[in-house]
Write a protein that binds this ligand. Structure first.
Ligand SMILES: [Mn+2]
Length: 433
């Protein structure tokens, strides 16, 4: 970076430290103009004027945190101007992750930071494919093969959005290459000790899109209705926010405030087109299998669906979404063995959905499946939803022998059921009542 931008070396370091992030303009901004980057001005959004007690809003607390975090993020971005970063999403990114990463890319662009949004798996949900195609969302699939062909030295940092690195196979390789984690923004429970320059993890916020909308709202990027890309990004954020809050039904004040803000910019027709995407036959087949195989105990519905192709992986959360709608069911867990034909790789993938407010999916999954030999949990969650991935390692492949394939499935199926039922059965564990 330093050799590429010698003029940068001449700038006194202190100009960044003393740069005012508040609304008051000051003399030092003149210096910043030398680098010919137009910096967004953070503004405090006009909150309803305090007329009596009604003026103190819960959301105000969220706003002051949003302002504080935006200021911190701006400082971090300033310190990394002119760099190239990788924004890494979970292997199977959802609308919340995709839209938030896009918002981040647009924010970072103002600091001449070039971001590539990457994921290792596939876009397996028909709505995600529609989202990316219809909005021309700039996310790319990088397999492990792609990774090997890249010159990782040309990236000065990486960014995690809507995940904490535990759901991406790219992250260990990136870390090994010595690329530092610059920014981490997520709403899942804290998954471990990740050192990032900037961290904003808020497990009580229902969507990462809400956090990014707040950044936009306080001025990290000023949305402009005449810019097509802004309209599309706002639409994507609206979709991300809706899909992580069960169409706003689980949204809370901050999420509604974010949706209200996006409503000024988003394209309702475009969102409708994204939502019109139909379920494929194979997804319907997996849902059918989950219905057939489910066992219901103590208001938990548990279903193993056997083997799935990599591209159909997202049928698992969709089946869980469906099973949780049955009467007297508050929690559904669906899992299957997903296999990647190219690599002969197999992994058990599962999804949990719950409508029970007192059930913490993160706690439940960690308790049920524990950690691997390196201390990493097999899964985690956020409000209302969770997931797990258990690599099958040495047992992967060999499925052309159908007796072996069946036996293997039965072993994993029984083991997962045992672990889940221990928690579901109140005799053995006090977590559930
Ligand atoms: Mn999310």
């Amino acid at each position: 970076m330093k050799t590429k931008f010698p003029m940068y070396l001449n700038s006194p370091v202190t100009q960044f430290e003393s740069f005012s992030l508040t609304t008051e303009p000051n003399g030092e901004e003149v210096e910043i103009d030398r680098d010919s980057i137009e910096l967004p001005q953070l503004t405090r959004p006009s909150l309803p004027s305090s007329n009596g007690d009604g003026g103190i809003y819960l959301a105000q607390r969220g706003h002051s945190l949003a302002i504080q975090k935006s200021e911190e993020l701006q400082k971090t971005l300033l310190a990394h101007r002119h760099e190239r970063h990788l924004v890494i999403l979970q292997d199977f990114p959802d609308p919340d992750a995709l839209s938030s990463a896009w918002a981040y890319q647009l924010i970072a662009q103002q600091y001449d930071i070039k971001c590539e949004i990457i994921y290792a798996g596939t876009l397996s949900h028909q709505e995600n494919i529609a989202l990316v195609k219809l909005t021309t969302l700039p996310a790319q699939r990088w397999t492990m093969q792609t990774l090997k062909s890249k010159d990782l030295l040309s990236y000065q940092g990486f960014v995690l959005i809507d995940n904490q690195g535990t759901t991406s196979q790219l992250v260990p390789v990136i870390q090994q290459a010595g690329i530092p984690l610059v920014v981490l923004v997520d709403h899942h429970s804290l998954q471990g000790e990740l050192k990032a320059e900037f961290v904003d993890v808020r497990p009580y916020v229902r969507a990462t899109a809400t956090i990014f909308t707040q950044y936009l709202q306080v001025g990290l990027l000023t949305l402009d209705s005449s810019i097509n890309q802004h309209i599309k990004c706002a639409t994507a954020l609206m979709h991300g926010l809706r899909s992580d809050t069960n169409r706003l039904m689980q949204a809370q004040e901050e999420d509604f405030m974010a949706a209200a803000y996006l409503s000024k910019f988003y394209d309702a027709q475009l969102l409708n087109a994204i939502l019109q995407a139909n379920r494929s036959k194979r997804v319907m087949d997996v849902i059918e299998r989950s219905l057939k195989n489910r066992i219901v105990q103590n208001n938990f519905s548990i279903a193993g669906v056997g083997y799935l192709r990599y591209d159909d992986r997202d049928a698992i959360p969709q089946a869980a979404d469906f099973l949780v709608t049955e009467e007297n069911v508050h929690t559904a867990v669906v899992y299957g063995i997903v296999h990647d034909e190219d690599d002969e790789l197999e992994v058990v993938i599962g999804s949990l959905r719950t409508t029970k407010l007192t059930l913490d999916p993160d706690e439940f999954i960690k308790e049920a499946f524990g950690q691997d030999s390196t201390g990493r949990f097999f899964g985690g969650g956020r409000t209302g939803a969770g997931g797990f991935e258990i690599p099958m390692g040495f047992l992967s492949g060999g499925n052309e022998n159908s007796a072996y394939a069946r036996m293997k499935w039965e072993v994993f199926d029984s083991q997962i059921k045992q672990k889940l039922l221990k928690l579901v059965n109140p005799k053995d564990n006090p977590i559930q009542s």
